[in-house]
Write a protein that binds this ligand. Structure first.
Ligand code: CO
Length: 136
């Protein structure tokens, strides 16, 4: 059911410093910051040949990233994102098998303009999983 690894998301305490490190030290193709108010994050995507890295920083009050950074002040891997063909089919299959979807069960629109949802890390080896519906 899951397809390609779409991205690995890393929560960072200083978005500009992290972007500069990926651009200048690691020599990566670093995009521009994007605000995602529906998700409480500011993101920068880094394009790699086979996947993307998503740098995450809190945006606004009650950001889901704020608590993570409080526990991990140097930052850390926050979630991984797998692609699915049909997010509603994927959700129904997962829920039928007892997996928990975080937040409202209806997918939200994510940073790439595609529907996304998140699965509870306690159901998946301590890893927060994002599913993104990618056409094609
Ligand atoms: Co993500």
């Amino acid at each position: 059911m899951i397809g390609r690894l779409n991205h690995v998301a890393i929560a960072v305490p200083d978005l500009e410093a992290a972007a500069a490190q990926y651009r200048d030290t690691l020599g990566a193709d670093v995009g521009a910051p994007q605000d995602e108010p529906d998700h409480g994050v500011r993101v920068i995507f880094i394009a790699l040949p086979n996947t993307k890295i998503e740098l995450l920083h809190p945006l606004g009050e009650g950001s889901p990233i704020a608590g993570f950074l409080a526990k991990n002040p140097q930052g850390g891997i926050h979630h991984i994102c797998y692609e699915v063909d049909d997010i509603h089919v994927a959700r129904d299959r997962l829920v039928a098998q007892g997996a928990r979807v975080l937040g409202p069960a209806e997918p939200k629109i994510g940073a790439h303009g595609n529907p996304v949802l998140f699965l509870h890390p306690k159901d998946f080896n301590g890893t927060l999983i994002e599913l993104e519906q990618v056409a094609g």
